[in-house]
Design a protein around this ligand. Structure first.
Ligand SMILES: Nc1ncnc2c1ncn2[C@@H]1O[C@H](COP(=O)(O)OP(=O)(O)OP(=O)(O)O)[C@@H](O)[C@H]1O
Length: 344
């Protein structure tokens, strides 16, 4: 990556999908069964076996296995996957905190590991819950690098290492509700650098996860505005008596439970700053808060659906032309499918 005129360049072309050779070496399921079967085998030998094998796994497979190991609470295996991942991801670390002589080895190691989690990268707390619920539990390499780049931009230009230290010092392992100091949005508000002209070019191979690489930092930095707009919209609907019996439920479809009723308290920033361009309701909004330009309509629909899910929407909707059903809500629609998010 390079920093030229406030444009950071992030790429993940070095990330290869698991090669055919590495897939055929040994089926993953066998590996996992072997690891789990501590009772019938020497437990001393299994970690060594696994340790050898993780080195030949592709990055995607490592990330998958890391997630699975955590899910089945096999922490020995998870640690092996985590450390291997941390090493590999660290080799694409563009910001060279490894060269920062003011950091201790322990701090560097901690940072290396924290880069593997959404929390360690400054993701908004409500969004972390959504990512987890949607089974995007861990960021991919390009997502890590994109988040790191945004963190770097939002930090005072020559103060990146301090911001890294701040991340380290506020442990994300036991992140409590008041510990939101390092969200990207707070950095955006607090930043004294000239970020108006900032740019971030993300380039990576198909399937590397570019979509979340820009959506997560975008949503994280815009959380406050999203909360504000949502509240204004709800208030406007209440004011015009648009209750329809299930207003809150309809809102719940669009807004995650964790997002509802939070906002200023969660990110703790200036209430005035993000509402100045808003009208009285969603329809009165005078300017978009983000614009995503894509080459095809299909891609646009895909991204809209992902965004919809990320802010709490239920994509598993069953649309029968003028009906929209979800497990949360059933709303009769009279305008046809174009009114809902159904792609069917
Ligand atoms: N952090 C993650 N955890 C698990 N799965 C992920 C994660 N990020 C992305 N994915 C999944 O990986 C797949 C590829 O993601 P995405 O479409 O964003 O890649 P891309 O780089 O944009 O690919 P393309 O260049 O083809 O558009 C998707 O199925 C997506 O759901």
């Amino acid at each position: 990556s390079s920093n030229n005129n406030n444009i950071l360049f992030v790429n993940s072309w070095s990330i290869q999908p698991p090669s055919f050779a590495s897939r055929t070496k040994k089926p993953t399921t066998t590996l996992l069964q072997t690891t789990n079967d501590g009772s019938s085998n020497s437990s001393n030998e299994q970690p060594l076996d696994l340790a050898t094998q993780v080195t030949s796994m592709g990055l995607n497979e490592l990330q998958t296995q890391f997630r699975l190991a955590i899910a089945r609470e096999d922490m020995d295996a998870a640690i092996l996957y985590r450390d291997e991942l941390a090493e590999r991801v660290d080799s694409s670390n563009s910001y060279n905190y490894n060269d920062d002589t003011t950091m201790t080895d322990e701090e560097r190691l901690k940072r290396k590991r924290q880069r593997l989690s959404w929390a360690g990268l400054g993701t908004a707390p409500w969004l972390m819950e959504r990512l987890d619920a949607l089974e995007y539990a861990l960021p991919t390499t390009i997502q890590i690098n994109a988040m790191e780049a945004v963190n770097a931009i939002l930090s005072d230009s020559n103060d990146y290492n301090n911001s890294v230290k701040n991340i380290i010092n506020s442990s994300n392992d036991n992140r409590d509700e008041d510990d939101d100091d390092n969200t990207l949005e707070e950095r955006l508000i607090q930043s004294t650098s000239t970020i108006q002209n900032m740019g971030l070019l993300i380039s990576g191979s198909t399937g590397s996860g570019k979509t979340l690489a820009y959506l997560v930092p975008t949503l994280s930095t815009l959380s406050q505005t999203l909360f504000t707009r949502q509240r204004i919209r709800i208030k406007a609907e209440e004011d015009v008596g648009d209750l329809m019996g299930d207003l809150l439920e309809r809102v719940a479809v669009q807004t995650s439970p964790s997002m509802k009723g939070q906002g200023y308290d969660q990110v703790g920033i200036n209430k005035q700053s993000s509402s100045s361009t808003l009208g009285k309701s969603g329809t009165g909004v005078k300017s978009p808060i983000a614009l995503i330009v894509v080459p095809t309509r299909e891609l646009g629909v895909q991204i809209a659906l992902l965004l919809f899910e990320l802010v709490g929407g239920e994509q598993k909707a069953i649309c029968h032309r003028a009906q929209w059903q979800t497990k949360h809500v059933q709303v009769q629609r009279t305008q046809g499918c174009q009114d809902c998010m159904c792609v069917g």
